[in-house]
Design a protein around this ligand. Structure first.
Ligand SMILES: *[C@@H]1O[C@H](CO)[C@@H](O)[C@H](O)[C@H]1NC(C)=O
Ligand SMILES: *[C@@H]1O[C@H](CO)[C@@H](O)[C@H](O)[C@H]1NC(C)=O
Ligand SMILES: *[C@@H]1O[C@H](CO)[C@@H](O)[C@H](O)[C@H]1NC(C)=O
Ligand SMILES: *[C@@H]1O[C@H](CO)[C@@H](O)[C@H](O)[C@H]1NC(C)=O
Ligand SMILES: *[C@@H]1O[C@H](CO)[C@@H](O)[C@H](O)[C@H]1NC(C)=O
Length: 315
């Protein structure tokens, strides 16, 4: 085959070859019987060749495999059970399990996973049990990691170095029953609140809940995360931060200033008004010896006139 023809046709030919030998071959040192291949503890350093294509259960545990090749794994389209415990796998990519979409059981515990791509499990809609415990370098999980694993019932996240989880990562897991979360340095800050509320309302089984505790903040250190929802809600919703105090102080200062300005304005108005009144009364005092006396005299006169005129009319 010429190099120009690319990997495509060669790959097809290879698959065809594998198809021909399926059922007849078995990886060295492994046991193959009744659609089950057992390579447990055979000092494998990589994924073994010659796995029969009709395999339904594959045991690769207790080896030193560092990498799961998507192409080879994808040939096993009947695979429902994959045990990769106790290996040295460091990464799971988006396409690693793309061909083994019938998988029901997947064990990746006790490896050296430092990264799980967000869509690694997105084709595994039949997956019932997923174990990624004892991968202390993992530290974080994307919120889409479990978006399509809608059949999941048992999920083990022990000793994965996780500090936080997004509650929306769990919103599609309606059949989830058991969730292991212990041995992780949970950081119980306000971003974690929604997840802790989810733990309270979801009624999942947490067989290890006494060992799944917060390490931060110090006030909540040692609290089981299944019980920390309410104190955290108190801290995050009713608790005032330094910023809130500064804000309140500013508001208080504004009200105080507004009050001072209003009082000052009132004072000024009062003074102006009183000045005006004093001026007008001074003006009246000046007139006292002139006009006002004549006016009152005229009124008296007019009253006596009308009295004389009116009295006889009344009789
Ligand atoms: C696999 O390895 C673990 C520890 O790495 C050991 O406890 C267990 O006995 C081993 N199992 C087999 C079947 O070799
Ligand atoms: C596991 O991964 C970490 C980095 O993620 C690396 O430093 C360490 O050497 C790895 N351990 C093994 C046994 O490969
Ligand atoms: C989930 O699966 C459906 C089909 O089963 C697919 O269309 C969708 O893209 C998948 N979602 C993710 C996040 O992979
Ligand atoms: C809470 O801790 C997580 C993990 O360290 C961090 O990603 C997040 O930003 C923190 N949230 C807040 C509100 O501090
Ligand atoms: C909690 O951790 C302690 C010490 O690490 C261990 O002895 C105990 O069995 C664990 N309990 C559960 C329920 O996992």
């Amino acid at each position: 085959m010429s190099p120009a023809s690319g990997p495509g046709p060669r790959w097809l030919l290879f698959s065809f070859g594998m198809g021909l030998v399926s059922g007849s071959k078995c990886p060295p040192n492994c046991q193959c019987q009744a659609q089950e291949v057992i390579c447990t503890g055979t000092q494998l350093t990589e994924y073994p060749p010659d796995i029969p294509l009709n395999t339904r259960r594959l045991f690769l545990n207790n080896n030193s495999i560092t990498y799961l090749p998507a192409m080879n794994l994808g040939l096993l389209s009947d695979l429902v059970y994959l045990d990769c415990r106790d290996n040295l796998i460091s990464e799971v990519m988006d396409y690693t399990f793309i061909g083994v979409f019938r998988l029901i059981y997947l064990d990746l515990s006790s490896n050296n996973l430092s990264r799980i791509s967000p869509y690694s499990f997105s084709t595994l809609s039949s997956l019932v049990q997923l174990n990624i415990a004892n991968n202390p370098h993992l530290r974080a999980l994307n919120k889409y990691t479990f978006a399509n694993t809608s059949s999941l019932r048992h999920l083990d996240l022990r000793n994965t170095g996780l500090q936080t989880l997004d509650h929306s990562a769990f919103q599609h897991l309606l059949t989830l029953q058991t969730l292991y979360l212990s041995g992780n340095p949970w950081k119980c800050n306000c971003s974690f609140l929604d997840f802790t509320i989810y733990l309270i309302v979801s009624h999942l089984k947490h067989p290890d809940d006494q060992n799944a505790t917060c390490v931060e903040p110090t006030e909540l250190a040692g609290w089981p995360i299944t019980q920390v929802g309410n104190p955290l809600r108190y801290m995050c919703i009713t608790h005032l931060d330094q910023q809130d105090y500064i804000f309140l102080l500013l508001i208080g200062f504004c009200i105080f200033s507004a009050g001072t300005v209003a009082a000052w304005l009132t004072g000024v108005c009062a003074v102006v008004y009183q000045n005006a009144r004093r001026k007008s009364s001074e003006a009246e005092d000046e007139d006292e010896h002139g006009q006002p006396v004549e006016v009152s005299r005229r009124i008296f006169q007019r009253r006596s006139d009308s009295g004389q005129d009116g009295f006889p009319q009344l009789i």
